[in-house]
Design a protein around this ligand. Sequence first.
Ligand code: AMP
Length: 286
Amino acid sequence: MSTPLVIRDRNTMRNLILTNQTMGRRIGFVPTMGSLHAGHTSLVDRAMAECDDVVTSIFVNPSQFGPQEDFERYPRDFDADFNLLAQHDVRWIFAPDVHEMYPPGDSTRIEISGPAEPYEGQLRPGHFSGVATIVFRLLQSTPANTVYFGAKDWQQVLVVRQMVRDLGLDVEVMTCPIVRDKDGLALSSRNAYLSESERTRAQTIYAALQQAEENWCRGLAIDKIELKVRDMLSAREIRIDYADIVHDESLRKISEVSRNTPAIFLIACHVGSTRLIDNILLPSQT
Ligand code: AMP
């Protein structure tokens, strides 16, 4: 247990990181939007294991929310986040306000094509531009050696990796496994929106993904695997945005003949008014 130092401005943050790196320390960075749970702390713990110091950012990034989305009501609890990060020995918490990250008159955005185009990119126009812009700015302020992301937001990881490659950013990107609740539901700050009965229905998402994995390993046809998942979700009145088996990097649909490529089952769906995403990696079949 240690008491993290809270930093609000970009220059102080940057100078602290650079000074510590000059002293030979490796810095791990975990960007978050706060409302922290065991999924976030799994990234912190991984960073702690691999680096000398860990910095976590807490910033609910307005530019990645669409106009009809939940930016205003997104859960925020700085004190609880601070205490949790203290328990996990985070050294610095970078918690800028909106004007620090988007100064008045700000008019610069990063646009990414390729992995940012399908799925979330199509359904949430501007989302990945907002993600890329804030991740770039956070990395400017927090020039860590390694940055940690969760596999729950699979497409986000691909987008960040693309940006890091294309812009030649000097940071290593690590992807950490999805942390789930006892009932299988992937931990998410948005789970707080679910009523008790919605929460019970939401368990079907992981159950459907597990069934898909079994069917994939048994060699069931891809369209049949997808159909079974859709049926399972629809039976619990879960509205589906997408439920597709795709190549894990290109995000293109996989045909039967290319089943031996690394694949992932991606789901986005609505339980009541709450939108949830989840996925499962499918072992390649040779
Ligand atoms: P967020 O605060 O939702 O923007 O998430 C911050 C980071 O935590 C992202 O890299 C997410 O992918 C990661 N994350 C969120 N939920 C989970 C989870 N259940 N398991 C692993 N990583 C997660």
